[in-house]
Ligand binder design. Structure first.
Ligand SMILES: [Zn+2]
Length: 108
């Protein structure tokens, strides 16, 4: 059984190995754990915006499936801003992954 991931564009659940979304038909890029090469994607920009404005509440982690660390971030208010800043830099550096191992980067 293939693990499911979120479509990078419409957010529907699709198979990790699908090359395109069956809901919105947009082309997917395989996450690095499945041998894909990370590419610029729309989600990365959203991840950055979420993190920039709502990051201290862990919103970017909740949205991309990291509920445990998201809750911890909410309680600590982004680790008093330090964790928030670290996440912001991680996203900008193209190293931030969602719970499925998809790299969310706004810049490539
Ligand atoms: Zn889609």
């Amino acid at each position: 059984m293939n693990p499911s991931v979120f479509c990078r564009y419409c957010g529907e659940h699709i198979l990790a190995t699908d090359s395109s979304c069956k809901y919105c038909r947009s082309e997917q890029h395989l996450p690095s754990v499945y041998g894909g090469v990370p590419k610029n994607n729309a989600q990365g920009i959203f991840a950055f915006i979420y993190c920039l404005f709502l990051g201290v509440f862990g919103v970017h982690r909740f949205v991309y499936g990291k509920r445990g660390s998201g809750a911890l971030m909410l309680i600590t208010l982004g680790g008093c801003g330090i964790w928030w800043l670290a996440d912001l830099i991680t996203i900008l550096a193209g190293k931030f992954e969602d719970a499925d191992g998809n790299i969310l980067s706004p810049i490539f």
